[in-house]
Design a protein around this ligand. Structure first.
Ligand SMILES: Cc1cc2nc3c(=O)[nH]c(=O)nc-3n(C[C@H](O)[C@H](O)[C@H](O)COP(=O)(O)OP(=O)(O)OC[C@H]3O[C@@H](n4cnc5c(N)ncnc54)[C@H](O)[C@@H]3O)c2cc1C
Length: 250
């Protein structure tokens, strides 16, 4: 969980108050406190206790965290039923970069093709295949090597002039990430209207953040807005009803 550079950089500014590597397994509320039971590496366990909790775990993962007492029935239903779309991104480095555009849509299983390093000064270049939905779900179970091999073959159809110049590749499937279980929340028609406010509403001393609890799900800005909203809730004692206020910058 600590391998990503953005959270590590943000944590650095907070003077060691952020601790990585603890997975929440159980959230317990009683008598004015919240306890979060966590597991770490090598079988380690730790309990964090606080007056309030901001829970920013994706609902796709939160549905397996034990909640004592349980959240409201409506919230549990939304946590259980909110779906997450699938994305697989595969990057192939080529010895040279004869292309001049930065992005194309194809009707091949590789789907969208992007120049992943348009501003790099080197002669070599990187093309990305961005698979979503069914194409991503078809590619996810494959080994990374197989995904890379299929992407090289797909890109060869798309750009035959570089087909023999692939050097190496890497690939990531968000559906296989145990801390994400999908790329981002994917609302069915009317679910955002039906659940939007509910997803953000606090449950006792547990407040919610994360892009899925914002009016901009699937965007980093949504995450930031939700964090501001959760902080305002705690400072003001509100319940999460100010779901849309972030849009107006209120
Ligand atoms: C392929 C892809 C492309 C994207 N492109 C864009 C884009 O171009 N522009 C844009 O604005 N946004 C984009 N996004 C969306 C953006 O990445 C998200 O909106 C943002 O990362 C969500 O942040 P978050 O903090 O809400 O959730 P996350 O980033 O998912 O953070 C949740 C955190 O909770 C941790 N966690 C999970 N389970 C537990 C647990 N049990 N205990 C403790 N911690 C746990 C996870 O490790 C993670 O660090 C993209 C996302 C994907 C997947």
């Amino acid at each position: 969980m600590a391998s990503f550079r953005l959270p590590v950089a943000l944590a650095g500014a907070l003077g060691g108050r952020i601790q990585f590597g603890w997975a929440a397994k159980r959230i317990e509320q009683e008598q004015g406190i919240v306890r979060v039971y966590c597991s770490g590496s090598a079988g380690a366990h730790r309990t964090f206790t606080a007056e309030r909790l901001v829970c920013a775990i994706r609902f796709s993962v939160l549905r397996d965290v034990e909640l004592v007492p349980a959240f409201s029935a409506e919230k549990l239903r939304a946590i259980r039923e909110l779906e997450h779309t699938s994305v697989v991104r595969t990057f192939i480095q080529y010895r040279r970069r004869p292309w001049t555009e930065w992005g194309w849509s194809t009707d091949l299983p590789i789907m969208h093709v992007l120049d992943a390093a348009p501003t790099q000064p080197q002669a070599s270049g990187i093309l990305e295949a961005y698979r979503v939905g069914p194409c991503a779900r078809a590619a996810s179970p494959l080994s990374e090597e197989e995904r890379i091999a299929r992407t090289v073959r797909g890109l060869s159809q798309f750009a035959p002039e570089v087909s023999s110049e692939a050097q190496r590749g890497t690939s990531y499937a968000w559906g296989l990430d145990p801390w994400a279980r999908g790329a981002f929340a994917w609302f069915r028609p009317k679910q955002l209207t039906q659940w939007g406010r509910l997803l953000a509403t606090r449950e006792g001393r547990v407040h919610f953040a994360g892009d899925q609890t914002s009016p901009m799900p699937g965007w980093m800005e949504g995450s930031l807005l939700s964090g501001q909203r959760a902080a305002r809730e705690i400072l003001s004692g509100a319940s999460g009803g100010a779901w849309r206020r972030g849009l107006r910058g209120a």
